[in-house]
Design a protein around this ligand. Sequence first.
Ligand code: F3S
Length: 291
Amino acid sequence: MEILRAEKMGFCFGVKEAIKTAEQVSEEYCNSKIYILGMLVHNKEVMKEMSERGILILEEENLEKLNSEDVVIVRAHGTTEEIYKKLKDKNVKIFDSACVFVKKSRNLLKNKEESGKKIIFVGDKEHPEVIGIISHGKNVITVADFEEFKKIEIDKNISYYVLAQTTLNKNSFNDIKEYIEKNYSNIEVGDTICGATYERQKAVEKLAGIVDIMLIVGGYNSSNSKKLLNISKQLNEKSYLIETKEDLKMEWMKGCSKVGITAGASTPEKSIQEIEKLLKEESRDGKHGKF
Ligand code: F3S
């Protein structure tokens, strides 16, 4: 059995930074209560490690329990304007680990709105990153995809600015971009899909079609991992999202000799290696028949 890794996979720049911050904070403020607002990143393994460092998870609805000696780390997705304000009012020490791409998107939204443009945001309305970014605007139109975008009643007398969730599929966003260029001169499009996301999507496109099975290692709540799965599925029916080695089902491997692996931007290298190790052992021992 051959295991092929995608050229780009695993931890992105923003996640690495967020984890580094959390590690440093846990050492520097070991006498304080340290909280992470929500999940630092959408990965169970990473969060387990954080909890072993004594870092607690704080839900947004429980801010009242904070006091001024506490430390709060804001996750890589950022949070809403209201929550930032509440944290400041609580006078806690804040470490904002919102990724630079999220901050860029947030700033673009504010600046473009201030310059008189109406904002259209393409992304998952339920996702914390989207909820956080659009909260910094006044009256943002949010659409999930191209289909929803086409349903917006565009007023030719208004100027618009389009932003996208950092993890949006670049090909889908390009469809929207082309449509706008063909049909509207009053809509400007911003480029807010992050480079790490794009590189990982391109790499899975390259790999999924040449292997017998594709494994996408990532959190079940991780938006970028789910998008990698969708891209992979279009090229290879046998594409599976798994979070840890325990989720791997050996019956998927029957008749497969080439296994492709990729991982979401919040997946630690350790989880990927554990899966590779298990695959090699199972294949060698022939416990489930040679793959
Ligand atoms: Fe940032 Fe992109 Fe990672 S937005 S957190 S570098 S996936």
